[in-house]
Design a protein around this ligand. Structure first.
Ligand SMILES: Cc1cc2nc3c(=O)[nH]c(=O)nc-3n(C[C@H](O)[C@H](O)[C@H](O)COP(=O)(O)OP(=O)(O)OC[C@H]3O[C@@H](n4cnc5c(N)ncnc54)[C@H](O)[C@@H]3O)c2cc1C
Length: 402
């Protein structure tokens, strides 16, 4: 952790408590729980969640009156780096995706009834949720392009559609579903809405947990393929206004990218620490640790520089967002999204290499991150989408519209 940006007097204490929880409780739990089924993990994680909550470490980004810690974007960003170091860090403080983003949009756009029914139990950790936007048959990189339709019938919406990569759908109580409510609308940006669908609604079909990178799709993280077959929900389940689906999604993306990037920096710091520790202790011959090799020294130096740079860039983007809003900070947000996702891949990969065969075992978290965080370059906007947005914005200043 670098110098703390102390925006409130107790922030250093909060970060210290979180660091202790990571070191003393969550890192040791990784070797005990990884590879186990969710049913085996859940009770152990529930114990640590309660411990965290007892220490006041709970839903950091939600206002205090909702039971959260009321951290600002910049404060929360710094906590995310601490939590990112452990696989279970975010879950234990109930600030993991997709619940965290869903809480934010329910808080900002939900009606009193929706807050009571969905937001409060989510904050309390009684239920989980998912966000259902991407579809197998449409390019997710163009979020206004989709096949799921919600048709009005009496006082209800009837939803039909096929989605995938609905993360955490298995076991979730409800989904926030992005669907077209005005498929022929003149503006493509006003055709879609977000609608809350309880997952016990008749017609909701959980097809499968998608196998990812060699694991069967179960366990700690799951991404589901689902169908909405004439799912009928009351019109009161509409979030925000009709046609506001796209603009609501945009509001969740800016802060979400700051959170993701800082979580990745936390992963980088842990991978970096493991790399240095291994380089210092693994001997090629008596008295000749790996650290004596220049290639390894270069990986250490380059990783240090890249992690420092990534953190400074994210904090700079967060400051700009806090000062002038997401729209004015869109270049900075896109820059950190692809930059940090790529630093993450590099640092984890180097750390694996320094560990040799041990690096790809499940005795360390590195192989888990190597497989699961590959998605960082795809979700919340693939690298190429962000790079082209950055270039487009810059080129506008040169009179070119591309
Ligand atoms: C781990 C993970 C978790 C996810 N969780 C969720 C979730 O909870 N809910 C949900 O709805 N979705 C989720 N997604 C889906 C994610 O949002 C999409 O994968 C993403 O939007 C990209 O869409 P796509 O996969 O359809 O790729 P496509 O849109 O088909 O794009 C494929 C590739 O084409 C290239 N490309 C695309 N556009 C451009 C462009 N403009 N310029 C140059 N190249 C381009 C990029 O290389 C891109 O990777 C998740 C994805 C992952 C990997």
């Amino acid at each position: 952790m670098q110098i703390i940006e102390q925006t409130r007097p107790d922030l250093d204490k909060i970060l210290e408590k979180a660091q202790q929880l990571i070191q003393q409780r969550l890192i040791p739990l990784e070797s005990e729980l990884m590879g186990k089924s969710w049913e085996e993990m859940a009770p152990r994680l529930a114990e640590v969640r309660q411990e965290a909550r007892n220490q006041g470490l709970w839903v950091p980004q939600m206002p205090k009156e909702y039971g959260g810690m009321g951290l600002s974007l910049i404060e929360h960003a710094q906590l995310m780096e601490v939590l990112g170091q452990a696989i279970f860090g975010l879950y234990v403080l109930n600030c993991q995706a997709p619940d965290a983003g869903n809480m934010e949009i329910l808080h900002e756009f939900g009606t009193d009834e929706q807050k009571e029914k969905y937001l409060l139990p989510l904050i309390d950790g009684q239920i989980r949720s998912c966000f259902s936007m991407t579809e197998p048959d449409y390019a997710g990189s163009n979020p206004i392009y989709m096949g799921t339709v919600a048709t009005k019938d009496g006082g209800d919406y009837v939803i039909d559609g096929h989605k995938w990569f609905t993360s955490s759908a298995d076991g979730a109580a409800f989904a926030i579903v992005m669907c077209l409510t005005d498929p022929e609308g003149e503006s493509p940006y006003l055709r879609a809405s977000q609608i809350i669908v309880p997952l016990d609604t008749p017609g909701f079909e959980h097809i499968r947990k998608i196998p990812i990178a060699g694991h069967a799709g179960g366990g700690w993280i799951s991404h589901s393929e689902v169908k909405y077959n004439a799912c009928r929900v009351p019109q009161t389940n509409l979030l925000g206004g009709e046609g506001h689906g796209f603009s609501i999604a945009q509001t969740r993306l800016g802060p979400g990218r700051i959170h993701h990037c800082m979580r990745w920096i936390g992963i980088c710091e842990r991978a970096f620490h493991l790399m240095c520790e291994r380089a210092a202790t693994r001997e090629l011959a008596p008295g000749k640790p790996l650290a004596t090799k220049q290639t390894i020294q270069i990986w250490i130096a380059e990783s240090r520089a890249e992690i420092n740079a990534a953190r400074l860039m994210v904090m700079d983007a967060a400051r700009k967002m806090a000062a002038v809003g997401d729209k004015a900070a869109k270049v900075e947000i896109s820059v950190i999204k692809f930059f940090c996702a790529n630093i993450l891949q590099k640092v984890v990969d180097r750390s694996i290499q320094v560990h040799g065969a041990l690096g790809i075992t499940d005795d360390l978290p590195l192989a888990f991150w190597y497989a699961h965080e590959r998605g960082a370059r795809i979700y919340d906007g693939a690298d190429e989408v962000h790079k082209s947005r950055v270039a487009r914005e810059i080129l506008k200043g040169y009179g070119v519209r591309v």
